[in-house]
Ligand binder design. Structure first.
Ligand code: PLP
Length: 400
């Protein structure tokens, strides 16, 4: 009998993790590598949050908790949804998991049946399609183009919906493009969803607080209150509070769905790390001041990267509203040959040659469902970004 499952054969490992691993291996082997692949802030978790975790350990808060989160954290999450999004949720409508990733996974595992579809706009976060496949569903990719600043049009959403659609996954600001939907742009999408009452909405608001130039974040259940009853609003502390390693994500939605997600979690991981939950209470209830400080740094870095990449002939790099990614197109470089003699016919070859010939690690666009592009994470120092962009400029200048 075959050891590995048929389900496993349907999914692939995360390409972003693969790029980060490859860059780390080359670095360990002594190569001069600049990694622009990682999806996490380069600064440390704020001190007040670390202190809360230490205090939790000292107070012996080190045992199992309720499966989907302690009451104090659920209260803090309800207060956050009210404060930031104008959304009213009761603690019984809240689920806390081991990262935003587990929350999304639980929701899909709890709801998908074979043959049912999930509409995912591309470019997408790499895990969405594979999570849908693991849960037994079928991803339906709805393309968004560079011309539309990587934002899904209402017509493209309408075209992707069928009678089998169970979920529409929405992510703004987006990983990998940084694109953030304005209220009007989102309303145009929720108007489409209002015409299809069988479709549920999974809003991944992970990059909510990483928004620049006065961009006003909005989320579907807030923009169209009539969607509240069929929306799961998901979020987490990973990106805004530089807490990627603490593994706390959360969601709020209808009780029936939240209790189904609890059932999945109760038979897989049980509660998320107790100490991290107490740290997350402080993250949500404590000062939020450093978010705007960090954002000033991110804007500066975004502008630096967009400027330097836009100076390259053959690269088009839109300026995104948020997150810490840019997603330049290399359409003008396809068919050219590198100094080392590699002909670039797609974005994966571009990223591989860039890494081998210059030591700069980026993630190729095909991994995110829209080519020919690459993703740069600018969550690294200004000096590293300047050096990386200079290397990319030189690499491209030598293309023939
Ligand atoms: C769009 C998006 N959603 C969810 C996550 C998952 O975050 P977490 O680290 O909390 O699992 C990520 C992390 O990269 C992300 O980019």
């Amino acid at each position: 009998m075959e050891l590995l499952s048929a389900t496993l054969a349907r999914v692939k490992p995360s390409p972003t993790i693969a790029v980060t691993t490859k860059a780390a291996e080359l670095k360990a082997a002594g190569r001069d590598i600049i990694g622009l692949g990682a999806g996490e802030p380069d600064f440390d978790t704020p001190q007040n949050i670390k202190d809360a975790a230490v205090a939790a350990i000292a107070a012996g808060k080190t045992k199992y908790t309720a499966v989907d989160g302690i009451a104090e954290l659920k209260q803090a999450i309800c207060a956050k949804f009210k404060r930031d999004n104008g959304l009213d949720y009761k603690p019984s409508q809240v689920s806390v998991g081991t990262g935003g990733k587990q929350i999304l996974f639980n929701a899909l595992m709890a709801t998908m049946n074979p043959g049912e579809e999930v509409v995912i706009p591309a470019p997408y976060w790499v895990s969405y399609p594979d999570m849908v496949l693991l849960a037994g569903g079928t991803p339906v990719i709805a393309p968004a183009t560079l011309e539309d600043n990587f934002k899904l049009t209402p017509a493209a959403l309408e075209a992707a919906i069928t009678p089998k659609t169970k979920w529409f996954i929405f992510n703004s600001p987006s990983n990998p493009t940084g694109a953030g939907y304005s209220r009007d742009e989102l309303k145009a999408l929720t108007d489409v969803l209002m015409r299809h009452p069988h479709v549920w909405v999974m809003s991944d608001d992970m990059y909510e607080h990483l928004a620049y130039d006065g961009f006003e974040f909005c989320t579907p259940a807030e923009v169209e209150p009539a969607l509240y009853e069929r929306t799961l609003t998901t979020n987490g502390v990973s990106k805004a509070y530089a807490m990627t390693g603490w593994r706390i994500g959360y969601a709020a939605g209808p009780e029936k769905l939240i209790s189904a997600m609890r059932k999945i979690q109760s038979q897989s991981t049980s509660n998320p790390c107790t100490i991290s939950q107490w740290a997350a209470v402080e993250a949500l209830n404590g000062t939020q001041d450093y978010i705007s400080e960090n954002n000033k740094m991110f804007v500066r870095r975004r502008n630096l990267v967009v400027k330097m990449l836009s100076e390259i002939d053959g690269i088009t790099c839109p300026t995104p509203e948020g997150a810490f990614y840019v997603y330049p197109s290399i359409a003008g470089l396809i068919g050219k040959t590198t100094a080392a003699g590699t002909r670039i016919t797609n974005d994966e070859e571009f990223a591989t040659a860039l890494l081998e010939e210059t030591g700069v690690a980026v993630v190729f666009g095909a991994a995110f469902g829209l080519s020919p592009n690459f993703r740069v994470s600018y969550a690294t120092s200004d000096d590293a970004l300047k050096e990386a962009c200079t290397r990319i400029q030189k690499f491209c200048a030598k293309l023939t």
